[in-house]
Design a protein around this ligand. Structure first.
Ligand code: PMP
Length: 429
């Protein structure tokens, strides 16, 4: 394409993201001689300095995009912080003077090395990850970890305990059946996954190789507020934290492995983060595919094969942003405020709205609710979409509605939803 011939220093004239985006393929040639201007407000031309060598703080890159963007309540892929999107946009064409986008970089070059190292280091700071743990950036989604975990930690005959509080825990259990000998020691299925049992009553197998939980069940909105102590041979607790990763502080040292797909709280889909205690690495079953063997990825700093470079870069921007916000204590405070607002609106609706989940284990991230008059649910979703609040339909397996209010959902989004709910109730009560 003839568009990539601009001389150094590169400059790029962009417009803020909106639905009439000028970046059409046949517009590319118009980029070449464009001048650099300052970041400006929406729907007016702006430009971005591409040749700076240092990263500008994320806070200074804020774009007020109100009106351009919807409030996206999707369960994942999910909304990302606007400041992060603006930052990514400003670095898209020429990452910090490298003359190329992160998408075009060699994963073995010094630029990408600095990106992945900073992402790991910021994540370690955020979660206070002890040195005895490795951080791996992998592919295949959390679903792949359902197989990778037993393959790395168990022999085929090893017993393993699963505490099943929703569909994702159940899927993890079913996949583990192929690689070890798992048992469900408690399931919330008969109560439609609305509870977490008291830990004292759990009948754990003393010979189990690990106890597995899903820390936040994305579909059912059930979240562990504290964690069971594994009374098994190895004292190993393993958690799928896909949908509440980095939403609050976690004591990593309580876990053998924490894993999470990025696409809810920390980035785009395509990268899965595994935090694994180092002594659990290097014992994979012989048949373990190379791509599932933690040892291979650990020895190669997640660069054994081509990693999802751009996704890792985006996660890095999110980690940086969360640190700028004040770290996970502050993130949790904001998440609690949003969740309280929404649950209070549901509970205060005189039964017009209902959340089936037991109060003590309600998720801060995924809020499922139904309407007393279920025939109005489709209209609720449709009317909300007209007000720029999208993806509120509940998961197909449970129906009703679900509002996912991850870290990046602004308080304004929840306030708007609550106002809409009150209005909708007044119209249909
Ligand atoms: N675990 C949980 C808790 C999830 O929410 C999801 C995805 N929604 C998965 C696992 C599966 O993740 P992936 O699609 O990345 O494989």
């Amino acid at each position: 394409m003839a568009a990539t011939t601009s001389s150094s220093p590169h400059s790029l004239f962009l417009q803020t993201p909106n639905r009439n985006h000028p970046f059409k393929a046949n517009n590319f040639s118009s980029f070449t001689n464009l001048k650099i201007k300052t970041f400006s407000t929406r729907r007016t031309p702006m430009s971005i300095t591409c040749a700076s060598t240092a990263a500008a703080p994320i806070q200074t890159q804020i774009q007020n995009q109100e009106g351009d963007r919807v409030f996206n309540f999707a369960a994942g892929p999910a909304t990302l912080p606007e400041k992060v999107l603006a930052k990514a946009q400003s670095e898209l064409y020429n990452w910090r003077g490298s003359g190329m986008s992160v998408m075009e970089m060699s994963h073995r070059g010094k630029e990408f090395k600095s990106i992945i190292e900073k992402a790991e280091s910021d994540l370690r700071t955020l979660l206070n990850i002890p040195q005895e743990y490795s951080v791996l950036f992998l592919q295949g989604g959390a679903t792949t970890q359902f197989a990778a975990i037993p393959l790395n930690v168990c022999r085929p005959e090893d017993p393993v305990d699963f505490l099943v509080t929703g569909s994702w825990g159940d899927k993890a259990y079913k996949e583990a059946q192929k690689y070890c000998n798992p048992k469900v020691i408690w399931s919330g299925k008969t109560e439609k996954y609305t509870k977490i049992p008291s830990f004292e009553d759990l009948k754990q197998n003393p010979d189990a190789k690990f106890l597995h939980i899903c820390a936040n069940e994305t579909i059912h909105g059930v979240e562990f507020k504290n964690y069971p102590t594994p009374n098994n041979a190895t004292g190993l607790l393993i958690a799928d934290m896909s949908s509440n990763f980095c939403s609050k502080p976690v004591d990593v040292s309580k876990f053998g492995i924490i894993y999470a797909g990025a696409q809810k709280n920390v980035g785009p889909s395509g990268v899965t983060i595994v935090i694994v205690r180092k002594d659990l690495i290097g014992h994979a079953q012989e048949s373990t595919p190379v791509m599932l063997d933690y040892k291979i990825h650990d020895e190669n700093n997640s660069l054994y094969n081509t990693p999802p470079c751009y996704c890792i870069y985006m996660c890095g921007l999110v980690f940086d942003y969360l640190l700028e916000l004040g770290g996970l204590e502050e993130v949790e405070r904001m998440n609690k405020k949003k969740a309280d607002l929404l649950y209070n609106a549901i509970d205060g609706s005189n039964g017009f709205y209902r959340c089936p989940v037991e109060k003590s284990v309600r998720s801060l991230m995924n809020v499922p609710f139904t309407l007393e008059k279920s025939e109005l649910e489709a209209e609720f979703v449709k009317e909300a979409a007209k007000e720029q609040m999208v993806q509120l339909k509940g998961h197909r397996s449970v129906g009703g509605m679900r509002a996912s209010i991850y870290n990046a959902m602004p308080l304004a989004g929840v306030e708007k939803l609550v106002a809409f709910m009150k209005d909708f109730q007044a119209k249909h009560a």
